[in-house]
Design a protein around this ligand. Structure first.
Ligand SMILES: *Cc1c(COP(=O)(O)O)cnc(C)c1O
Length: 823
């Protein structure tokens, strides 16, 4: 791509401010963190309700970015770069993508549906790749932003496109259709329920069908509702020679009728009728979702006129699709980003951006990369581009695996190569992996999962998975409740409420929260050592920690005259000036803080003192979550108002004032002052069931089944024989116990875990490291995944049963449980 910026003025309906000469760009970016941003980048500053990319423009200019699409030109960026000024930059991104798409003319497959889009896309890519140079959406890039970004990656060498489109409400598909313009439409599984954004199932289907406005063929599973919607769709969007190409398990009038379906272990054999002939096909899966997805692929292959033998040969090699990038703890203090199932140029770009966002201070960056298959470029061109990309991303060492990448090793700096995965593994010891962030990215055939398993830290199988996207979502939800200019402090005490301190702090820093709050100095030091630059307030600084608070630039909460004097003494010895402190007032919580009668002394001590500066004045509510105590909350707020006003006027200062925690934000919007302190809400828990709907689950505690056995009636399970089987019972043992933070009160059939979406109640007592569950009615085996909490049961549900609060459940999960972060 090389595009004259000025040629975009009419395309985007933009106003131009900048250089008179012609400027060319070859890269579009919306991610300010990406190291791929440079002088040839066109940065499109998206502006969401809560996250405004315009804020990053001055930083980007400093890093050499020269060209921007903006909704406004930030004051401090005027005359420093080229700007295309538009009304709405998301629209501009979409208009640009639609324009760019129109420059190409080759077949495009468009996929939509409720489930299976990404898998069908990945499989079609695999099935068709021997014969085509395919461009496809990377990962699950199917949104209003993801679709344009996917399409922009098309180049001259591609001759087939596969793009997915996902929508959450009406009027969204029209925009995506304009960008993808698929000639071949595939409707994947539609789901029987309608999602929140739609009035009913029909409305949902009708909306999705809009993707196929110009499709000459529409592939779908035949059923009554879809058929009715399609009839209407074809009348409203007439197209000459449009072909409907359907399949069904039950309706013999479908173009492809599945006559038989037979399970043989992990394999499913189907027999289908097509054009009066009968064919057999083996699908290497046994679950019904995979079978439906494979049949959708079958129809595309039939439409492309592949013969049944080729279809069988290719379909038998279908594989499970890994949907996301995962971060794992590695050996010797390494972190691993596992992307071991794909290696195309576009997903490499995404993975490198993700690597940068996960990069820890003082760790070096390594990439283990296989040959890249199908890129649309010649090898010479491709590996030059890859080498450039890797050098832009400041990767410290490159490990190439495969014959092709080996032959281009000279293009990379600091690169070692191996002919194949086995050769690499035989020498893994000598490569001394330590203190590195390692991106592992390889085509499927290279079986990099073996490398991941060797480099992964060995712990037990229980993990707490943290969804970073849900954290962003929840933050934005609470931000949307704040008045203009109200700042936000996020509490990351107790390892981010058990979810992981540093990783979450890094995300929050990027999302530009204003402050972080921790309980103890040690927690703050951990964050500062990890490279966090945000100001950090320490709620409970012991006087022994004052020197390190000063050394690490943490900001103490001061809650007593004694503490203040002790801090002043040390600060004065170090000749500090204006060191930031926070004054805590006790307005009724009676935990920490200055009471009204100590205010005089506080004021006297601070008056005229230049050593410290009161950055903020705060108090904490005792019952912002309980309606019956709301009168008390109002008393607290009034007292806070009175005391803080007095401090402000007598000391003649202008500090930030803050009193609201999560439920305070929800229930007392008038008391936001200049800042709020968000805690539990960020982690996906609200005290209010109505509000809970809008939050996303963040942590999922998962384990696996260690062993399954069947015991006869009359036998008992576990310590103290507290479960007696009345009849034959099938039980599974899970390697998680009270030492991991699962309360013993959750045992004895009070609590349950979820296996294959079904509840399995805990039988007998929870042991230290294990528990046993009833799987009599669940089709499961050793090694199957188990959810201890997450979507079901939720921590809220557990807390209610255990007569405690979600906070305690979350923070009780032991540090021996590995945390895995993903987005
Ligand atoms: C923990 C804490 C918060 C956050 O409380 P949530 O109920 O989790 O939102 C706010 N302020 C102080 C002083 C805290 O200790």
């Amino acid at each position: 791509m090389s595009i004259n910026l000025k040629s975009l003025i009419p395309v985007l309906d933009a106003e131009w401010t900048g250089s008179d000469t012609d400027v060319f760009v070859d890269h579009i970016s919306i991610d300010s963190r990406s190291l791929q941003n440079g002088s040839k980048t066109l940065f499109i500053a998206l502006s969401g309700v809560n996250n405004d990319a315009h804020l990053y423009i001055p930083e980007l200019i400093e890093k050499g970015v020269q060209n921007f699409v903006v909704q406004y030109i930030p004051e401090n960026a005027k005359d420093k770069a080229n700007f295309l000024l538009v009304k709405n930059s998301l629209n501009a991104l979409q208009q640009f993508a639609a324009y760019y798409r129109s420059l190409f003319n080759f077949p495009i497959i468009g996929l939509t549906g409720s489930n299976g889009k990404t898998i069908v896309k990945e499989w079609l890519n695999f099935l068709l790749s021997p014969d085509y140079n395919i461009i496809r959406s990377p990962k699950s890039y199917n949104s209003q932003v993801g679709v344009p970004l996917s399409v922009i990656a098309i180049n001259e060498k591609h001759n087939l496109g596969i793009f997915e489109a996902g929508i959450s409400t009406i009027n969204e598909m029209v925009k995506l259709e304009k960008i993808i313009k698929p000639g071949i439409g595939v409707l994947t599984n539609i789901g029987s329920a309608h999602d929140e954004g739609f009035e009913n199932l029909k409305q949902k289907i009708n909306e999705k069908l809009l993707l196929f406005k110009e499709s000459t063929v529409i592939i779908y599973q035949k059923n009554k509702v879809v058929e009715e919607c399609l009839d209407l769709f074809c009348i409203e969007n007439p197209l000459k020679d449009r072909k409907l190409f359907s399949w069904s398990f039950t309706d013999s009038t479908a173009n492809v009728f599945i006559l038989k379906k037979e399970n043989k272990g992990e394999i499913t054999k189907i027999q289908y009728q097509y054009k009066n002939d009968t064919f057999n096909l083996e699908i290497p899966f046994s679950d019904s979702a995979s079978i439906e997805n494979a049949i959708s692929c079958l129809l595309v292959l039939l439409y492309f006129k592949y013969d049944s033998e080729t279809i069988q040969n290719r379909v038998q090699n279908l594989y499970p699709v890994q949907m996301r990038l995962e971060v794992k703890n590695g050996i010797n203090n390494c972190s691993i980003i596992d992307d071991s199932y794909s290696s195309d140029f576009e997903s490499l770009k995404i993975a490198l951006d993700f690597l940068e966002s996960q990069q820890k201070k003082n760790a070096s960056k390594t990439i283990i990369l296989s040959d890249i298959v199908q890129s649309g470029f010649s090898n010479e061109e491709l590996y030059s581009k890859v080498a450039q990309l890797i050098s832009d991303n400041k990767i410290n060492r490159v490990i190439g695996i495969g014959a092709t990448i080996s032959s281009f090793a000279a293009k990379f700096s600091n690169c070692i190569t191996f002919q194949n995965t086995a050769e690499f593994i035989s020498q893994i010891e000598s490569l001394n992996f330590s203190n590195e962030t390692i991106l592992i990215k390889g085509a499927r055939s290279f079986q990099f999962e073996e490398i991941v398993s060797l480099l992964e830290e060995k712990t037990h199988e229980t993990v707490l998975e943290i969804n970073l996207d849900s954290i962003s979502h929840n933050l934005n939800y609470y931000k949307s409740k704040l008045a203009d200019r109200v700042k936000i402090m996020v509490m990351v005490k107790a390892f981010g409420y058990g979810n992981g301190g540093l990783e979450i702090a890094k995300l929050l820093e990027h999302l530009k929260v204003d402050y972080l709050g921790v309980a103890f100095a040690d927690e703050g030091i951990l964050l500062k050592n990890g490279g966090i630059k945000l100001p950090i307030m320490v709620l409970n600084p012991e006087s022994t920690s004052f020197p390190s608070i000063i050394q690490y630039n943490l900001e103490p909460e001061i809650y007593s005259v004694k503490g203040l004097k002790a801090f002043l003494k040390i600060a004065q010895e170090k000749h500090l000036k204006d060191f930031p402190i926070h004054i805590k007032l006790d307005t009724g919580m009676h935990r920490l803080g200055f009471e009204e009668n100590t205010l005089d002394e506080l004021i006297q001590t601070l008056k005229g003192n230049a050593t410290v500066k009161v950055k903020s004045v705060l108090s904490h509510l005792a019952t912002s979550d309980e309606v019956k105590h709301f009168d008390f909350v109002n008393l607290q707020i009034n007292l806070f108002d009175k005391l803080s006003s007095r401090l402000i006027s007598e000391l003649n200062i202008n500090p930030i004032r803050h009193i609201l925690n999560t439920s305070g934000i929800s229930n007392f919007p008038d008391a936001q002052y200049n800042m709020v302190r968000l805690g539990i809400g960020l982690y996906g828990v609200s005290n209010d069931p109505a509000e809970q709907k809008y939050l996303e689950n963040v942590g999922t505690l998962k384990s696996i089944i260690s062993q399954v056995r069947t015991i006869p009636g009359g036998d008992s399970v576990g310590y103290g024989r507290r479960f007696m089987a009345e009849k034959e019972t099938r039980i599974a043992t899970i390697p998680i116990g009270y030492a991991d933070g699962i309360s013993r009160l959750w045992g004895n059939e009070v609590g349950y875990v979820t296996i294959k979406n079904q509840k399995a109640f805990i039988l007998g007592s929870v042991c230290m490291d294990m528990l046993m569950v009833d799987v009599s009615n669940i089709d499961c085996k050793e090694g199957d995944s188990v959810v201890i909490f997450g979507e079901s049961p939720t921590v809220i549900e557990m807390a209610a049963a255990l007569k405690t609060i979600p906070y305690e459940i979350m923070t009780s999960i032991s540090q021996r449980v590995k945390r895995v972060f993903f987005r």
